[in-house]
Write a protein that binds this ligand. Structure first.
Ligand code: SF4
Ligand code: SF4
Length: 205
């Protein structure tokens, strides 16, 4: 199946940001191995996520290696149709479905920790773009030009763990910096404080 761009969707390459909440530079980050070394059981995947059009195209292209990992057809992995929105890379997005058997996003690996899309990027060297934007930056999120921490943070999230004695823990901005730079186009000349709707990853937290 070929996913085509909706007729009026803008060709968004990076998400425009006009305000960065200073909170992202004071909150402890995903230190010490990050998500893979956390006790959280990937709790932030329990609401599914918004998948940008750019990621969606890759998901369909590589469906033959994704489907065995999630034991489902790609067609059954979404709860919404494609919606135009220039707040997403590619100018549109779909929301993932949540699996009944384990209460995790349809793209979570079955029976073990981790996401099938991250797995294919890290282990099989598929393009990193296959991982949705929000899953690369979480728990930093964005909305209509604002970049901020998606509070409340999950209690078992790595960034809520006690600071190990004698170790300097980097901030969320520091641990997510590479992704932020790759995915967002940050204007530094506008500084206004706003909060907004969270991108779907911890929607019902
Ligand atoms: S796409 Fe992967 S990381 Fe994102 S919510 Fe789903 S399982 Fe979690
Ligand atoms: S972002 Fe936090 S809650 Fe989500 S998988 Fe990573 S450590 Fe766990």
């Amino acid at each position: 199946m070929r996913i085509s761009k909706p007729m009026n969707a803008k060709d968004v390459k990076r998400i425009k940001i006009r305000y960065v909440d200073p909170d992202i530079k004071t909150q402890r980050g995903l230190f010490g191995g990050g998500c893979m070394n956390a006790q959280c059981q990937d709790i932030c995947c329990e609401n599914g996520c918004d998948v940008d059009l750019a990621s969606l195209r890759l998901i369909y292209r590589y469906r033959h290696i994704i489907e065995p990992l999630i034991k489902a057809k790609i067609e059954d992995c979404f709860s919404t149709e494609l919606k135009e929105d220039d707040d997403y890379i590619g100018g549109a997005y779909r929301e993932t479905a949540v699996r009944e058997s384990d209460g995790r996003c349809a793209f979570h690996l079955v029976g073990r920790k981790g996401c099938s899309l991250f797995y294919l990027w890290v282990k099989k060297r598929l393009p990193k773009r296959i991982v949705p934007t929000i899953c690369r930056t979480y728990p930093i999120t964005w909305h209509r030009g604002r970049l901020f921490v998606d509070r409340p943070l999950r209690r078992d999230c790595k960034c809520m763990e006690k600071r190990p004695q004698g170790i300097k823990v980097p901030s969320l901005y520091e641990t997510q910096k590479r992704e932020i730079r790759a995915l967002f186009d940050i204007r530094k000349d506008i500084r206004k404080n706003h909060r907004g709707r969270r991108k779907n990853r911890a929607r019902a937290a």
